[in-house]
Design a binder for this molecule. Structure first.
Ligand code: SF4
Length: 228
């Protein structure tokens, strides 16, 4: 099964765009973050790794992807008509992350986190677009372990996902801790699969007031899954 590494991204992020998240108004803060934002973009070297996997079998809540067994009712339902998935990990990169951790002011640290998150967002978008183009995938959906309610795809299965992708740290610098935290934290992993219907974990997530919500909670979807 094929594996790809992507380390060439075109990250463009202006202070004005970043400030839509940071909401800075004081001139001093704006001047500081304008220069730090430029520096972050200059340093950022996002990386992505991806492995093509076969859907070997689906039985009940168990899904076997290229020999690795995952347990998730939602994944079993989402992949029931799918033969191939792409297991992936994307990171903002150690370069910008290590640099940002030298910042000693915790408030500036929070703003830098937002900048890194936006860099990651742009890297993810470019990676998904390139993968879909190269694999001729017209429409796709993604799932990530630990995203949304605990039962959607339990975070503990992150280790199996990393093992399935293989040599993630060697190729991207992205490390998984014993407690399944990804370092740099501005990283994301999961599976991408062809899907006309689409899927957004937020539809199954009951978390209130989440600033990153991309779709409203849909109790009927959750009920349909528990009956499936
Ligand atoms: S609502 Fe927020 S926490 Fe829940 S899945 Fe969406 S982004 Fe994640």
């Amino acid at each position: 099964m094929k594996r790809w590494i992507m380390d060439e991204f075109d990250i463009q992020l202006s202070f004005e765009e970043a400030n839509k998240r940071m909401h800075l108004e004081e001139e001093e803060d704006i001047a500081l973050m304008r220069s730090l934002c430029d520096r972050a973009v200059e340093l950022a070297k996002p990386k992505a790794i991806c492995r093509e996997c076969a859907v070997d079998s689906i039985q009940g809540d168990q899904v076997i992807l290229s020999g690795t067994t995952f347990e998730s009712r939602v994944m079993a339902e989402n992949l029931k008509n799918t033969q191939t998935v792409y297991a992936y990990a994307v990171t903002c990169g150690r370069e910008v992350d290590d640099w940002s951790h030298k910042e000693t002011d915790p408030v500036v640290g929070i703003w830098l986190d937002m900048v890194k998150e936006m860099i990651l967002g742009k890297a993810i978008e470019q990676f998904f677009t390139r993968l879909a183009h190269e694999q001729n995938i017209q429409a796709y959906a993604t799932m990530s372990p630990g995203s949304g309610n605990l039962d959607v795809w339990p975070i503990g299965q992150q280790k199996k996902l990393f093992a399935l992708i293989g040599e993630v740290e060697q190729n991207t610098g992205l490390r998984l801790t014993e407690s399944c935290l990804m370092l740099p934290t501005k990283s994301v992993s999961g599976i991408l699969y062809p899907s006309k219907e689409g899927f957004i974990t937020c539809m199954l997530c009951t978390r209130a007031h989440c600033p990153n919500r991309r779709a409203p909670y849909d109790p009927s979807k959750r009920e349909a899954l528990s009956e499936a």
